[in-house]
Write a protein that binds this ligand. Structure first.
Ligand code: PEP
Ligand code: MN
Length: 352
């Protein structure tokens, strides 16, 4: 068997798709979604049973009873089934119910104690395991978790790139930092590489372009959240597709297989990511301008304070030079940003 093949029954053709709801919610929701996905040729079904929620009092998954629903999916559709394990107890229960594939969630990969305990629970078991990136962009934490599993004898091992947490205004729910999976692949070329555009984008309309970026970067597969009624989902409702929408996304993917395009794609993805960050920073900056507008309004201060403006331009010119940027270009940019900032302040001050 090819080392990279997840299951001998599933062709290695790119992209391998893992699809299914964020969470298993009811027997009906699981089976309806699974049957619709199976009809579209999806071979691996995902559903979270134990949900690591950031905040308390959110839906935390149906627990072990959902494993029986996954067994029903296997019997009814022939699909392989996958769920998330965050603790040794989850591993044991999943294995007892013949779950075919386990993934480790981003919050769990962040914790070496948890990874070691999971690795121990998996020692000597032949099951494919996919490790999501940790929530912070720390490559060693990611490889450390993978090495723990390798040392426990897991050989069908892969990763899921699902982006990294950031604070403040953001275009994506989780920032991709494409260089990290690329560097990981350089270091550990035998792993299977999946991308999870649902958790990177955080909203439906971003899933197709992110999935395409991942294909252009030669990822082996995609994990995409799909739900029979996304608007009623108990978790991650904004980022789940209907099975029909998922089919459209998959059909529209362009799979290019040449090394040159992949190299260029990395540069383009890095540029796009930086452009996104410039936009995020501008949005953060404009928000502060509005707060300044509120402050000036409350304290009867004027909008234009020319000493401050001169100082700002001078500082930008000096910093630009220190960074090897053209100072005149940066001055024009600073002027544009400043003008827009003043307009934002003005809007606030003129409102009642
Ligand atoms: C999930 O796949 O539903 C999940 C909880 O993902 P992550 O660990 O990437 O947040
Ligand atoms: Mn989810």
């Amino acid at each position: 068997m090819n080392y990279k093949q997840l299951f001998s029954t599933i062709p290695e053709k790119r992209p391998v798709i893992i699809a299914g709801p964020c969470s298993a919610e009811s027997e009906e929701q699981v089976l309806t979604t699974a049957k619709a996905l199976a009809e579209q040729g999806i071979k691996i079904f995902r559903a979270g049973i134990w949900k690591p929620r950031t905040k308390p009092n959110s839906f935390e998954g149906v627990g072990a009873k959902g494993l029986a629903w996954l067994s029903q999916v296997k019997a009814a559709t022939g699909m392989k089934v996958a769920t998330e394990a965050a603790m040794p107890k989850h591993v044991e229960e999943a294995l007892r119910h013949s779950i075919d594939l386990l993934w480790i969630g981003a919050r769990t990969t962040t914790n070496p104690f948890a990874m070691q305990e999971i690795a121990e629970a998996l020692r000597g078991v032949d099951i494919p395991v996919l490790v999501k990136n940790p929530v912070i962009p720390d490559l060693d934490l990611w490889t450390g978790g993978l090495e723990r599993l390798q040392q426990a004898g897991i050989s069908r091992l892969g990763v899921i790139h699902r982006g990294f947490s950031v604070y403040g205004n953001k275009l994506y729910r989780n920032r991709p930092h494409w260089q990290l999976p690329v560097e990981l692949r350089r270091r550990m070329p035998d792993l299977l590489f999946f991308c999870d555009p649902s958790h990177i984008g955080g909203q439906r309309n971003l899933i197709a372009p992110i999935a395409q970026q991942a294909m252009d970067m030669n990822f082996d597969g995609l994990m995409i959240e799909a739900h029979c009624c996304p608007d009623k989902a108990l978790s991650d409702k904004k980022q789940q597709l209907t099975p029909q929408e998922l089919q459209t996304v998959v059909q529209q993917l362009v799979i290019r297989d040449t090394a040159e395009i992949n190299g260029l794609s990395l540069f383009r993805n890095r540029i796009d990511e930086i452009d996104n960050r410039i936009l995020e920073l501008l949005a953060n900056r404009m928000e502060i301008s509005k707060e300044i507008g509120e402050y000036k309004k409350a304290h009867n201060l004027s909008i234009l304070q020319s000493a401050r403006y001169k100082e700002l331009v001078e500082r930008m010119r000096t910093n630009a030079q220190n960074l090897g940027l053209d100072a005149d270009f940066v001055q024009v940019l600073a002027q544009l940003i400043h003008e827009q900032s003043s307009r934002e302040q003005m809007k606030v001050m003129n409102s009642d």
